[in-house]
Design a protein around this ligand. Structure first.
Ligand code: ATP
Ligand code: MG
Length: 422
């Protein structure tokens, strides 16, 4: 026998057992986003490699070592998108959605990064993302964070911590960069290899290091927040005020710099301690320079993305999603099949939301009943020769020890409606 072909490492199938949690998350997110007047946009999964190099930054983990880049048959360099913001901004500019306009957009779909697979970290993973254009904040910064807080509430997720920080203006960051480099240079021998390299290319990213050995040196580093310009300081203070007003607790984390280059001013993450090292379930911030950087008109913008797999892990641990079958229809004999298929259609017509499985494939009463029991359905609907002749359906509760009942076919929909609370 030939060897089975397996899924690519780090790229997973989402099985029927898990999809109810995915659907619950996706449906709730869409409903919450619509309550804040966000509209969905769908972008291609593949973009020109240059798009990501120019937006995410040449000296970032993503661009340096995580992208799935290939040449197509024309020799063009293409990349499977590692995140959604770059493509969303490109689409916005290309389709004239951004100039002099307000846009509140959301998207979802697979992203690709060649990382080391582990719990909560995969090579193909899914994000739901949100981007706002044309608003300078900080009111919209606050409202967007409130929207995420509402989403957690509606999903029943607790124990998430909101961390916020400000990166200030480009000028303030440049000043801070000099101070930071001076400090890090003074501790040069304690820097890990990655950080020594980044000291020259992108020193702020050293603060974002995941290496525990870098913790102490990063904790004692001068803080960006102390180097802020007045406007950025005010923006940040106002944001904090709005969050206080809304009763949303937060922690100011001065080392929160985010892994992508395009952020400025507000940055934030929602973090859990339930997923080990992969604790960030939602992350975002402002990227006021990005639209112009990609050739559009200067447009203030902000957004965030959440990792669906990580949120699903949390959902599975906290909230059981019920999607069991309501009813399983047994049909014994050909007359029963002819009657049963039509009866099932009529039930689906009159009972929206009914989850009904008809037994297809024949077999004895005993065999069919076994399948009904195993299916997890609440009740078995039994249609044999006798029932067809008498115009009734046998009903057996599969979860309680009640005697089988007989209900006229004409009254079945009403009976199920109240029995199953549909
Ligand atoms: P991390 O610090 O965990 O690597 P990141 O800063 O690279 O995350 P972003 O680019 O901000 O992540 O993406 C937003 C969210 O997408 C993350 O907070 C996380 O929930 C999710 N995410 C990112 N990379 C992965 C991955 N490889 N597998 C699963 N989820 C991911
Ligand atoms: Mg990462």
């Amino acid at each position: 026998m030939s060897k089975h072909i397996q899924a690519v490492r780090g790229m997973n199938d989402i099985l029927p057992q898990q999809t109810p949690y995915w659907q619950r998350l996706e449906q709730t997110a869409q409903r919450v986003f619509e309550a804040y007047s966000f509209e969905e946009i769908r972008m291609p999964i593949v973009e020109s490699t240059d798009l990501f190099k120019r937006t995410i930054g040449e000296v970032t983990d993503i661009v340096e070592k995580e992208m799935y880049t290939f040449e197509d048959r024309n020799g063009d360099s293409l990349t499977l998108r590692p995140e959604g913001t770059a493509g969303c901004v490109r689409a916005g500019i290309e389709n004239g959605l951004l100039y002099n306009q307000i846009q509140r957009l959301w998207y979802k779909g697979p992203m690709f990064r060649h990382e080391r697979p582990q719990k909560g970290r995969y090579r193909q993973f899914q994000q739901i993302g949100v981007e706002c254009f044309g608003m300078a904040g900080p009111d919209v910064d606050a409202e967007m964070i409130m929207m995420t807080a509402r989403l957690w509430r509606e999903l029943g997720l607790t124990g998430l911590e909101l961390q916020i920080n400000t990166l200030g203006s480009a000028e303030a960051r440049a000043r801070y960069r000099d101070t930071l480099v001076e400090y890090l240079n003074a501790h040069h021998d304690q820097l890990d290899e990655d950080s020594q390299r980044r000291l020259l290319s992108n020193p702020l990213r050293i603060l974002d290091s995941k290496n525990p050995a870098m913790q102490l040196i990063n904790n004692n580093a001068p803080k960006l927040i102390d180097a802020l310009d007045d406007e950025s300081r005010q923006h940040f203070e106002q944001l904090c005020g709005y969050l206080d007003d809304a009763g949303i607790p937060y922690v100011i984390n001065p080392r929160l710099v985010r892994g992508l280059d395009y952020y400025n001013q507000t940055v934030f993450e929602w973090v859990t301690d339930q997923l080990g090292a992969q604790g960030t379930v939602c992350a975002g911030g402002r990227f006021d320079g990005l639209v112009e950087q990609l050739g559009g008109h200067s447009t203030p913008a902000l957004g965030f993305a959440m990792g669906i797999e990580r949120l699903v892990l949390l959902l599975e641990a906290t909230a059981k999603v019920e999607n069991a079958l309501h009813a399983y229809l047994l049909m014994i004999g050909d007359d029963a099949v002819r009657r049963g298929l039509r009866l099932a259609e009529a039930l689906r017509d009159t009972l929206p939301g009914l989850r009904l499985r008809s037994h297809c494939g024949g077999g004895s009463f005993k065999a069919q009943f076994k399948k009904a029991d195993k299916s997890g359905a609440a009740v078995a609907l039994i249609l044999g020769e006798d029932e067809v002749q008498q115009g009734v359906v046998g009903i057996k509760n599969l979860r309680e020890q009640n005697p089988q009942q007989s209900v006229p076919q004409s009254g079945l929909a009403n009976y199920l409606k109240s029995a199953l609370a549909l």
